[in-house]
Design a protein around this ligand. Structure first.
Ligand code: C2E
Ligand code: CA
Ligand code: CA
Ligand code: CA
Length: 278
């Protein structure tokens, strides 16, 4: 596939066939991956911008394929979504994340940490999510306020009315609603009126360029100010450098996530970071 560019059209279409084949193959492999123990959940710390204190974590899927090695969800979430496999995977991540976070809360002392779980558009489209969430909270004992659901704009647009109803119900039960990848879509602002939003995550593309691109800095600053005037908490994603943290602290951004604070960790490692806080 690497030589496709040099060899013109024939290879381009062959590369496309190849991509279709790869998707089909991936779907097949993904089916049963959880049962085979190849899929796990890791947790990336989220901390206070002012002093780096870790307050929670985002649950991220990892697929350890026997031959291909670790595959990022960026490469398989689409396949899981389109094939419907997310209907099984999504609730499993949610259940696992609630159990792990409830365990951290019992072990680490101090204020109970939150766990943030990604919800895909498809999970919002059918009405089962509130029931599944209620079940996971009840069986783990995790307080509803410690569970954050991360939604992208795509999830909201795909069926705005249904999504609005579901999210209002979830929010009413105490679960926090977060907008993911904020700033990359087209209508981010209108959602803030229609959907109960507790927090938003500024997409890491803004953070990456913030130091050289004055527009990105201005946009980040405006997002923080706007969110705060609406009573919404702000997380900056993809914070890799001290200088970025310093800029964000100056803007009053509440929370940060990124390699500077920590890479995604196994549940036990995250507990160690939480326990070392005080
Ligand atoms: P996301 O929600 O934007 O998650 C953040 C991604 O950025 C993660 O990639 C994380 O490892 C990466 N990241 C974190 N800090 C940094 C940093 O400082 N620099 C850079 N360059 N990257 C950083 P990951 O784990 O590969 O996940 C990719 C995407 O897959 C996620 O993007 C999310 O949209 C999706 N995803 C992950 N887990 C789940 C899940 O359980 N369910 C659903 N529906 N989607 C998931
Ligand atoms: Ca996310
Ligand atoms: Ca994100
Ligand atoms: Ca830019």
């Amino acid at each position: 596939a690497k030589s496709a560019g040099k060899n013109g059209f024939r290879f381009y279409s062959r590369a496309m066939d190849h991509a279709v084949e790869r998707r089909a193959h991936m779907e097949q492999e993904l089916r049963g991956a959880w049962e085979r123990g190849e899929v796990s959940v890791v947790y990336q710390p989220i901390g206070r911008t002012s002093d780096g204190r870790i307050l929670g974590a985002e649950a991220l899927l990892r697929w350890q394929h026997p031959e291909l090695g670790t595959i990022s969800p960026a490469a398989f979430i689409d396949v899981a979504e389109q094939s419907g496999l997310i209907d099984q995977l999504g609730p499993r991540v949610l259940r696992q994340a609630c159990q792990d976070a409830a365990h951290w809360a019992r072990e680490c002392g101090g204020e109970p940490p939150f766990v943030s779980v990604n919800v895909s558009p498809r999970q919002l489209r059918h009405g089962e999510l509130p029931g599944i969430v209620a079940e996971c909270l009840a069986e783990s004992g995790l307080p509803a306020g410690c569970l954050h659901l991360e939604l992208t704009e795509t999830a909201l647009i795909s069926d705005e009315l249904q999504a609005g109803v579901l999210l209002t119900r979830l929010h009413g039960s105490g679960v926090k609603v977060w907008l993911d990848d904020f700033g990359t879509g087209f209508s981010g602002l209108s959602h803030l009126r229609r959907v109960p939003v507790d927090g938003l995550k500024i997409d890491r593309s803004f953070i990456a360029d913030m130091q050289r691109d004055p527009d990105d800095l201005a946009l980040t600053s405006a997002i923080v100010a706007m969110a705060h005037s609406l009573g919404i908490t702000v997380v900056a994603e993809g914070v890799e450098k001290q200088a970025q943290r310093d800029l964000l602290a100056g803007l009053g951004c509440d929370l940060i996530q990124g390699y500077w604070l920590g890479h995604p960790l196994a549940a036990g490692e995250l507990l160690a970071r939480l326990s070392a806080r005080s």
